[in-house]
Design a protein around this ligand. Structure first.
Ligand code: SF4
Length: 359
């Protein structure tokens, strides 16, 4: 059996619900979170084995947990984190404090992913965020003071009320924070989010395209590498954990709503607390992927980064000849073959390019 190198753990609680969000989460509740931690311990014991190269604690909002709960959580993972080369936790500025930061350092967390979304306080309020941009600056200062310099910041664009000037200011403000990694996501209105229920619609596609172009231009000027469709980093700071997803490697997901992929199988855990806390069978979805499906997904994921896809490894894995089998896609003028790798040279239109790889 091949070794699974990547572990994802989902913390399903938040302090409040952002208006655009549809993830699996509940408002933090001390008692419920205690029961969740107990059940998680069992799940980890049953499913985690050996050492993981990368670990990612996401959510939800992991920092909404109390200090004591975070300590228990990190203690549960510690036996599997001894050889970890990248150990990330997501944080939100309003629930992060220096005590928790010291705990992260103590348990070997090496990377922080902070939900910032905008530097404009009015925009932050309008999307239901609880922090202000001055909170962000203060928490980044505290992280760096404690030696946690590998910080990624999430920003959003295409938000209601946001124009190019507001977005540009957010980018400038975030660049001044001197963080080595920035992720940018456009707003998607999910049916079950507050925005979806209120009938808020997306900005025009044209504005969204202008925003995407602005982000790329500004961040490249500042020395960031556009290494993945939505991600920018300074040299050497690409996310190792996410590279696992983009390289289509196997990964284990634990806790509510987490997904995993092991060989030809993909699963997703239940989103229901009742089922998770009570049941033995917590997997809501167990899919067997045919090789053809895996090949397409593999291409789709790998072309998202500037590093592209290792053609020989692909051929070995699926016993095929990629360049022949996907001749139409490979012939697309925005696809190149460089040093044995298949690369997309225009990430902005990747989705359109991928149509040529469908057979
Ligand atoms: S966006 Fe993040 S912080 Fe906001 S509700 Fe969703 S998971 Fe929680």
């Amino acid at each position: 059996m091949t070794r699974i190198k990547h572990l994802y753990l989902h913390v399903p609680f938040c302090s409040s619900i952002c208006y655009y969000c549809d993830f699996c989460h509940r408002i933090f509740d001390e008692k419920l979170s205690e029961r969740w931690l107990d059940r998680l311990e069992e799940e980890i014991r049953e499913n985690c084995h050996g050492q993981y190269e990368t670990i990612y604690i996401g959510g939800g909002t992991p920092t909404v947990l109390s200090y004591v709960q975070l300590e228990s959580l990190l203690g549960l993972i510690a036996p599997y984190a001894k050889e970890c080369i990248e150990y990330t936790i997501e944080v939100n500025p309003e629930s992060l404090d220096e005590e928790k930061i010291r705990l992260f350092v103590q348990y070997g967390i090496s990377r922080i992913s902070m939900g910032v979304q905008s530097s404009d306080d009015a925009i932050l309020r309008s999307i239901g965020r609880r922090h202000s941009f001055s909170d962000v600056k203060e928490k980044i200062r505290l992280l760096k003071k404690n030696g946690l310099e590998n910080i990624s910041v999430d920003l959003m664009y295409s938000l209601p009320g946001q124009d190019l000037d507001i977005l540009e200011k957010s980018i400038d403000d975030v660049v001044k924070l001197e963080v080595p990694h920035i992720s940018l996501y456009s707003l998607t209105i999910e049916e079950n989010s507050v925005f979806g229920k209120k009938g808020i619609s997306n900005l025009d596609e044209e504005i969204e395209e202008d925003m995407y172009e602005l982000i790329g231009r500004k961040l490249k000027e500042k020395g960031y590498i556009h290494y993945e469709v939505s991600n920018y980093c300074l040299e050497g700071y690409h996310s190792r954990h996410n590279m696992g997803y983009w390289d289509y490697e196997d990964f284990l997901g634990v806790s509510l709503s987490a997904s995993g992929k092991i060989g030809n199988n993909r699963y997703t855990n239940t989103r229901s607390f009742e089922k998770y806390l009570g049941g033995k069978d917590i997997r809501d979805e167990n899919l067997y992927l045919e090789n053809d499906e895996m090949e397409f997904e593999h291409i789709m994921m790998s072309l998202r980064t500037i590093y592209g896809l290792d053609i020989e490894a692909f051929n070995r894995k699926y016993h095929c000849d990629l360049l022949k089998k996907y001749h139409k896609g490979v012939s697309n003028p925005d696809i190149a073959v460089k040093e044995g790798r298949l690369i997309c040279t225009n990430l902005e239109i990747l989705n359109r390019i991928l149509l040529d790889f469908m057979i």
